[in-house]
Design a protein around this ligand. Sequence first.
Ligand code: PLP
Length: 389
Amino acid sequence: MSATKIIHAIPSDPLTGAISVPVYQTSTFIQEAPGVNKGFDYARSNNPTRKVLEDVIAELEGGDAGFAFSTGLAAIDAVLKLLSAGDEIVAVDDIYGGAYRLFTHVYEKLGISVNYVDTTEVDNVAAAVNEKTKFIWIESPTNPTLKVSDIRAIAAIAAQVGAYLVVDNTFASPIGQNPISLGADIVIHSGTKYIGGHSDLVAGLVVTAAPELSEKIKFVQNASGGVLGPWDCFLTIRGIETLDIRFRKQSENALSIARFLQHHPEVDEVFYPGLDTHKNHHIAARQQNNLFGGVVSFSLKNDSTDVANAFVTHTRFFKLAESLGGVKSLLCHPAQMTHASIPRDRRLRSGIKDSLIRLSCGIEEPQDLIEDLNTAFKSVNTATQLIYA
Ligand SMILES: *Cc1c(COP(=O)(O)O)cnc(C)c1O
């Protein structure tokens, strides 16, 4: 979808002509007679500001309907509520930690089982599905090692067994990738990341491909009630106005930085789908519109937590914080931060070494960001000398 279409998908206010979307900070709506209203009756069920956001995200993803939730995890939770005890999920093994926690500690005890497979190989997915499989659940690219799965091929497997393909599209954003056009049934976003884009809100979005799914999600959204408030809907809409230009700049910055890291003597491995050394680069290039996102991860030759600590505490522009996708660059040390709850051996198996560092590139000048990293590499040298002194 072009930047022009995105910007003009956001309506001005038909009532007053206000060019920006009004914040309808109200809990209820006056009815002319019982059940006779202007399309809104109670703010959990619907709200005009939220409706604009929901319509816009549906249009951006090319889906039937959109739904806004209080966080990305609330969006994931709403989708999981379509399942019943005895159902199975085949999920990407490198899944977002919060989704793993929800699957394991909430839904498994309610009788929903999850089979984790490496979905970067389509054959693994074909081998894992059975008649109980209701969802195939993938993220592409994944966090923090940016693994890429072939959405179109996996959608074909889901269709064969009558399962729904759910894609958490947070890392590609609707600018990079539209999973519904590749055959997915449900798309999820943490609106907290690229879509909000300014590290100033938490939000979650769901887009459904067909009316029968839209009705089911709408029911859960109203029944469970984890909706996004009007003010945060407004901020998310404002974020979407600049999503295209931000995501392109972030992808450009990340590619420059990935290439810089690839040639740095202190760096062991660089994880970025935009590099032709990436395992599924050809798939990413095809399904991500040649935009690979702002996240780059890398490990150090000197693979130790101390050295990684020295690195992440010596940058000026890259701020040490969890989250990603905002205009300000961030960095984090997954082993001690986002992935601290995963046991070390499991973490190492999924490629998250002790020294792995994740960068979320913002919209600053790439030379400034590279210079910032160079300074941190110098501190790594000092830390290494101290360790071996
Ligand atoms: C952050 C994130 C989530 C969770 O979103 P919140 O808004 O933090 O609840 C889900 N999936 C992915 C891939 C994420 O990065």
